[in-house]
Design a protein around this ligand. Sequence first.
Ligand SMILES: [Zn+2]
Length: 147
Amino acid sequence: MSSNPRPKPVPTNHPEVAPYFQAGLRNELRIKKCGDCNTFQAYPQKNCGNCLSRNNIWIRVSGKGKIYSYTEVRQTPGPAFAADVPFVLAFVELDEADGIRIMSRIVDVDPRDVYVEMPVQVVFERREDEATGAYAVPNFKPATPRE
Ligand SMILES: [Zn+2]
């Protein structure tokens, strides 16, 4: 039995998202980019959302961005998250990916200290699953100030 009872993100009929969760094991955030029209895509899809090309490649991005919008979750969405409430769920706009926004949790911060435009950086939550092995879920935390 797993020590972490949180539900696993399941690729279901979209096996192309598996590399997204595998990259996190190497502390890498990867986003798909169209090789024909250079459009970034989030969430990962088989076809480009702009030109429908299947010529998509995984691009490693810095994992730095800023909060575009957020909400504070105060009521647990299920028993696996009961110990986490309150927590922040946000859209993070990535620095170098043409304004791509990905939904994620904001961790290592008091929810009262979160604000729109807050600089954040990716941090990975490693999980184990008996059926498929290890994977990592990208979360974000406040960025360390530049010196
Ligand atoms: Zn395209």
